[in-house]
Write a protein that binds this ligand. Structure first.
Ligand code: PDD
Length: 279
């Protein structure tokens, strides 16, 4: 089966998957999600993603038994059979007449989709350009909820400015994260990333990179970002993305820098199966 979905207990082609218009995920973004990837049809960092999902569920007081998910995710990856796939998993509060009050008896909705991962080799060679935008998101960006409108609009603003993505910055100049990834800067040979807080998502890729590279967790300011020797982003779908310009200002040489390349190569060496090491 190619692109597929799993909705409330059943596998089906992605195009056949539907949920109710009264689903609270659709009505209120009353819902949390995870995005995993596979290497050679095997989900990567499954334990870590499930642990984060449990934290997100607990944070929105959604009572859901996650034990069966491991098997469903592995089965979905096997059935779709893309060597490199994106697995998207969403758990909503469930279907109920539209009312802000959380109904006492409501059955959560589980939706999972599997699509082929589209690589971006041009990013590896040339990097991307980003803009900074005011961080106008809500106060719990550590919860992986589907309430991503601020991220969508920031990303769109970047596209309209001729850039590929946007980085959220607080009014005091504190750099948080990009619309879909964590931020790393290199200054004087030191690799730095903002510390975990309610203002950023605790990225799995970020954590994995920190297992294998020395990284300092400390505040990054917008001036640090603009003056950095190198900048890169991390996310499940892309591993590492070099950033070569911020707000039209060139970063370093304007090309992916040596520590960025080293971080990506080290990540691949440690976590990618050899058969896929095309980088
Ligand atoms: N996003 N910060 C934000 C706001 C994100 O949306 C993501 C990932 C990350 C990186 O997390 P991880 O390394 O665990 O993927 C940080 C996923 C890929 C998405 O929403 O599609």
């Amino acid at each position: 089966m190619p692109e597929l979905a799993y909705v409330n207990g059943q596998f089906m082609p992605l195009a056949h998957a539907t949920v109710s218009v009264e689903d609270r995920g659709f009505q209120f973004a009353d819902s949390v999600y995870e995005v995993l990837r596979t290497y050679n049809c095997q989900p990567f960092a499954l334990d870590e993603h499930l642990a984060r999902l449990r934290r997100s569920l607990a944070a929105i007081a959604l009572d859901y038994r996650t034990e069966p998910l491991r098997e469903i995710i592995e089965e979905a990856a096997r059935r779709a059979a893309f060597p490199e796939a994106i697995i998207y998993l969403q758990i909503t509060r469930g279907v109920a007449p539209r009312n802000r009050a959380i109904p006492p008896e409501v059955k959560p909705t589980l939706v999972l989709t599997v699509r082929e991962l589209v690589p971006h080799p041009e990013w590896e060679a040339h990097g991307i350009c980003v803009i900074t935008v005011p961080d106008n998101r809500w106060g719990r960006c550590d919860i992986k909820t589907v309430g991503l409108l601020a991220n969508v609009l920031a990303h769109q603003a970047a596209r309209q400015a001729g850039a590929q993505d946007a980085i959220f910055v607080e009014s005091d100049g504190t750099v948080n994260e990009s619309t879909a990834g964590n931020v790393f800067v290199v200054q004087g040979g030191q690799l730095r990333t903002p510390p975990k807080s309610h203002r950023i998502l605790a990225g799995i890729t970020r954590d994995k990179l920190m297992e294998i590279m020395p990284v300092v967790e400390a505040r990054v300011s917008q001036d640090d970002l603009l003056g950095a020797d190198e900048v890169f982003l991390t996310a499940t779908t892309v591993e590492v993305v070099p950033v070569v310009a911020v707000n039209g200002k060139q970063i370093g040489s304007g090309k992916p820098g040596p520590i960025t390349k080293q971080a990506w190569a080290t990540f691949r060496k440690n976590f990618r199966p050899a058969a896929l090491s095309h980088g």
